[in-house]
Design a protein around this ligand. Structure first.
Ligand SMILES: C[S@@+](CC[C@H](N)C(=O)[O-])C[C@H]1O[C@@H](n2cnc3c(N)ncnc32)[C@H](O)[C@@H]1O
Length: 644
């Protein structure tokens, strides 16, 4: 639209809005003409139309009164149009995204930097945006300024709430609201956002910096699905409010070259809408709270980031052979790690769980073969069914399957689809390369060995290509189940006992890239698992869970497995003496892992393991089993002395 067309259309809109003004102006013109036509005013009546002549004859004050009345109306009208101009100013249009970003920053400054410092605590700032700092594509100087101002608000305890796009998705980060938006943005603005995954990692870094250890809820951050429109709201201590409404989402991001749809407002009604919309979305979601995050955890997350970034877009083989499950002939089962799936090489809890499996399975196997474990229905257990809950790469399930003399079958679960495909690929590879694993894995040895491309879904793939992968994965027998915890794992027959390993996500974290299955981690997820399993377990079934404790100075985070188990009606047996987690890079933090076997408490029974029919026998076997005390010989890390 040319500027002339634009002005014309604006005039037309105004005229439509106020037809009374046209009537008023026409009347003024007519009256002026009439006045001019009277002989008192002018001697040239020919300048006015004939029919107006003499209209005011004999009524000399009439012309004057009507003129004054009309002039008053014109004055009132001009005041009204001034008011409209002010209203327009109250809803100032923002025409580009840069303008929106700068205006949002200006509002943050308006409530954080401009007021005297003692006033800042009485102000409010609420915002929806993809990440805590407005603008995934913002320049680093602008981002630094945002952080500085948000820090200032934290220091002043000022009401600050941010609704940001959720990065969790069970299909992979690329399918999360943040991932989807970042992808579209990277397509639309390749100069500003080089890669969508890098943009997500930058977003996590923002959470890291804004939600440190000791976080008291300022800023309060909520993870939401992409909203239809974005809002910013700022209120000064004296009650003056301002806001922005803007449209920016993955649907509109490709149309950015056509300008932005956004306006700033001080209008009471718009501000009310902004506040209500904001409140509704915050109420629908829980604020992120990480009250017990320590520096050690933040450091751990950084390592996981690094692993995530270094992984690239293709599966990587596990290089360190000592991290891999071992067959009886000493051969290691090779494993590939798909992008985004929990890595093996940096995971000490995985190693210690593997050690525990290697220790417990042969002992349980001996008990089963000797007919010493009853199925609770008057018959001896004939077979052990291994279950690996939250399998990731499938490594613990493969560790169980490697004891094919003792394990009858193996099933693995994960609620994260890339992990399900990854585990299935590793299982099929294992079935092809190590025929003895075919039976426990319930797979035919397929030759040639499968290729990872049949199992891997890339975020850049279109829907049809993804569907082809799903079809090929889902064909045939499936020993990996995509479900929450062990929800869809069923007992095959009465004669089997279940050995269920769960190396759970240890702690809730804003940036724990490998816990995309949800924010549920640590104690809540273990408590849910124990509650879910309790009614499904027989007295012959055994759970294997690590107790992970991360220490830092006087504070520590961990899941007290013994207490939790007792609260949920289980008895416990400690399997190993406990092993240290390596100290953090700065040497200030460390941790400890010990693995427990849990079994359902018998009605009226005592919580001690020696009173449980299976754990008591396992306990005896463990104490007699000196061979396994020397861990170095098995190629795993040396075991450390128990914690003080
Ligand atoms: C700490 S990793 C352990 C992975 C693997 N078992 C290992 O030891 O290397 C936790 C795994 O649990 C999965 N997970 C998280 N929450 C889950 C849930 N509610 N149901 C099933 N799996 C879950 C995650 O996707 C992740 O693969």
């Amino acid at each position: 639209m040319t500027p002339i067309q634009e002005s014309a259309s604006r005039l037309a809109i105004k005229m439509r809005r106020s037809p009374y003004r046209i009537v008023l102006l026409s009347t003024v013109v007519l009256v002026m003409l009439a006045v001019l036509s009277t002989h008192e005013v002018v001697d040239h009546p020919a300048t006015a139309p004939k029919y107006l002549e003499g209209l005011f004859e004999g009524w000399p004050g009439g012309a004057l009164s009507i003129s004054i009345a009309l002039l008053t109306l014109l004055f009132v009208d001009s005041v009204r149009s001034q008011a409209e101009k002010i209203e327009e100013a109250l809803q100032h249009r923002l025409r580009s995204f840069e303008e929106i970003h700068m205006e949002a920053l200006a509002l943050l400054e308006w409530v954080t930097d401009e007021p005297p410092s003692e006033e800042v605590g009485k102000t409010a700032f609420y915002m929806t945006s993809a990440t805590p700092v407005f603008g995934l594509e913002a320049k680093s100087t602008v981002k630094a300024r945002w952080k500085e101002l948000l820090e200032k608000r934290r220091a002043a305890n000022a009401d600050t709430k941010l609704l940001c796009y959720n990065w969790h998705a069970l299909d992979g980060i690329g399918d999360s609201p943040l991932g989807r938006f970042a992808k579209k943005l990277a397509e639309a603005e390749p100069d500003a956002v080089k890669s969508w995954s890098e943009a997500c990692v930058n977003a996590w870094n923002q959470y890291e910096e804004l939600l440190p250890y000791g976080h008291k809820g300022i800023p309060e951050i909520y993870l939401i699905d992409e909203p239809n429109f974005g809002i910013v709201y700022a209120r000064r201590s004296a009650g003056r409010e301002r806001g922005i409404i803007y449209i920016s989402n993955s649907a509109s991001v490709g149309k950015r070259d056509k300008g932005a749809i956004a306006f700033t407002t001080e209008d009471r009604n718009w501000l009310m809408l902004i506040k209500e919309t904001f409140q509704a979305q915050a109420t629908d979601n829980a604020a992120l709270h990480f009250p017990r995050r320590t520096e050690a955890l933040i450091e751990r997350d950084k390592k996981l980031y690094q692993a995530f970034q270094e992984q690239g877009n293709v599966p990587q083989p596990v290089k360190s052979q000592s991290c891999l499950p071992r067959l009886p002939n000493g051969e290691r089962i090779q494993i590939q790690v798909f992008p985004g799936v929990f890595p093996v090489e940096d995971s000490w809890d995985t190693r210690y769980m593997m050690q525990a499996i290697d220790r417990v399975v042969p002992l349980l196997g001996e008990l089963v073969r000797a007919g010493q474990i009853s199925n609770g229905k008057g018959h001896p257990v004939a077979e052990i069914a291994g279950v690996d809950v939250g399998t990731g790469t499938g490594i613990l399930a493969l560790a169980m399957a490697s004891h094919y003399e003792d394990i009858g079958s193996v099933v693995a679960t994960d609620n994260y689809k890339p992990a399900v495909r990854n585990a299935l690929f590793n299982f099929r590879m294992a079935a092809a390369n190590y025929p003895s694993l075919c039976r426990p894995l319930g797979l035919q040895a397929c030759t040639p060995a499968p290729t990872w491309t049949d199992y891997y879904v890339d975020d850049s793939m279109d829907r049809a290509a993804k569907m082809r992968v799903f079809d090929s994965v889902m064909k045939g027998q499936c020993c990996v189940v995509n479900c929450d915890l062990a929800e869809r794992v069923y007992r095959h027959n009465d004669s089997e006992m279940m050995l269920i390993a769960f190396n759970y996500p240890a702690y809730q974290s804003p940036s724990n890239v490998f816990n995309t299955g949800g924010q549920q981690a640590g104690e809540p997820i273990v408590a849910k698992f124990l509650t879910d399993m309790k009614d499904r377990l027989r007295f012959s079934d055994v759970l294997l869970l690590p107790e992970i404790t991360i220490r830092e100075g006087g504070s520590f985070i961990g899941v007290g497995i013994e207490n939790l188990a007792r609260e949920h009606g289980y008895c416990t047996l400690q399997i190993d003496a406990g092993s240290p987690l390596p100290a953090s890079d700065n040497g200030r933090a460390g941790g400890f892992v010990r693995v427990f076997a849990l079994a359902r408490l018998m009605d009226g029974g005592k919580p001690q393991a020696q009173h449980h029919p299976v754990l008591s026998k396992l306990s005896e076997k463990l104490s007699a089993d000196h061979d396994h005390e020397i861990q170095g010989a098995a190629g795993y890390p040396e075991r450390a002395p128990p914690a003080a």
